[in-house]
Design a protein around this ligand. Structure first.
Ligand code: MRU
Length: 359
């Protein structure tokens, strides 16, 4: 996708053909800054500190982290895989990408590991870009159908499931980009997504850069707009989908699904194959939910009128703050899943029919 007319992916190999480049997403939308990763520890830090975030992108950067490690310490494969796996707990794409690297490298002679690790990381990145493009194609008819009936489409999305969260295109945003490019009259309600504001800071930035009409709303406003017929469809991304179709996604997604259910608004979830976790049945009971620092709740970062980026406290001292980063939406609240293979219901039978090899 493009920033200022230049096409980028969210992770790519530097001109030197060994170091790895990312955008520092903690600085967006105020500053578009690249970071050059030269060690696996820097890749781990980028994931943990959310310089990169979003389930598929975390997986791709971890895969490149393994490649960086194999250049200098190929004998440390197991330790590196374990350390990278511990950077964030909820998005299953991280483990998926590391399992791919393990399978590819484990039986290779030490001296062959670096080249193979770079090839596998590139494969994972290319696969994600193509997978997301297909998710866009498979989600587009949902939007075309609404536009054919109403003349325009109002989508609501939560968090950032755009190209910054994947390698390219995005998951939830891919059908939106394709609808816009196809000339549909489309408008997106963008949940701000407290506490880290991925909606306000990243989704709005992406949509704006692509020229898609959008309005940032407080997280609590979505239900109101649904009650007043202002939301035709909700599309969100996900960090993990269980065998039974339960969906883990950014905190607050569950409340949007409840409001959508109460108002008869279709609630769709877009995911690549790498987000499926067939080992888990009960999402609420079994998916580990990342607990992040309470400071993300008590403080906010933004740009001052004179251009400085500053963090301010928004809660008086002395109050405790809790910060679960994800929640689980039960399958019964999900209208359907948009995948690279097509659309299906959020249940075990439909998922197994779509992905028989994962049974
Ligand atoms: O904490 P984050 O910013 O990594 O959380 C990201 C999300 O919850 C996204 O919606 C999810 O990863 C889907 S991204 C295609």
């Amino acid at each position: 996708m493009k920033i200022n007319g230049i096409a980028y992916r969210s992770v790519w190999l530097d001109e030197d053909q060994w170091s790895v480049r990312i955008f520092d997403q903690t600085r967006l939308p105020w500053l578009v800054e690249q970071i050059r990763l030269t060690t696996w520890q820097e890749a781990a830090h980028a994931i943990r500190s959310m310089q990169v975030r979003g389930a598929p992108l975390i997986g791709a950067v971890a895969a490149y982290g393994v490649a960086l490690a194999m250049r200098t310490a190929p004998e440390a494969l197991d330790a590196v895989l374990e350390a990278l796996n511990e950077t964030r707990p909820t998005a299953i794409n991280l483990r998926w990408a590391l399992d791919r690297q393990r399978a590819r490298l484990h039986n290779l002679p030490i001296e062959a590991r670096a080249a193979a690790a770079y090839a596998e990381a590139a494969h994972i990145a290319d696969d994600d870009a193509e997978t997301c493009r297909r998710i866009g194609e498979n989600g587009l008819p949902l939007l075309q159908e609404i536009a054919a009936k109403k003349g325009r489409v109002n989508v609501l999305t939560h968090c950032n499931a755009g190209w910054l969260a994947t390698v390219d295109w995005g998951t939830a945003l891919a059908p939106i980009y394709m609808a816009h490019d196809a000339g549909l009259d489309i408008h997106v309600w963008v949940d701000e997504t407290r506490p880290r504001n991925q909606g306000a800071a990243l989704t709005a930035f992406e949509l704006g850069a692509h020229g898609v009409k959008h309005t940032v709303i407080a997280d609590n406003a979505g239900g109101h707009y649904m009650q007043h017929g202002e939301v035709d469809i909700v599309i969100v991304g996900t960090d993990r989908v269980t065998r039974t179709g339960d969906v883990a996604n950014k905190i607050g997604t569950y409340l949007k699904a409840l409001a959508a259910h109460d108002n008869g608004v279709p609630f769709w979830v877009a995911l690549p194959h790498s987000t499926l976790d067939m080992r888990v049945r009960d999402g609420v009971a079994e998916i580990p939910i990342e607990e992040r620092s309470g400071a993300e709740v008590t403080e906010m970062t933004g740009r001052t009128a004179d251009g400085r980026i500053e963090t301010v406290r928004v809660v008086a001292g002395g109050s405790a703050a809790a910060n679960p980063a994800f929640d689980v939406t039960p399958a019964r609240l999900v209208t359907g899943l948009i995948t690279e293979r097509g659309r299906c219901a959020a249940n075990e039978g439909a998922l197994l029919a779509m992905y028989p090899e994962k049974a």
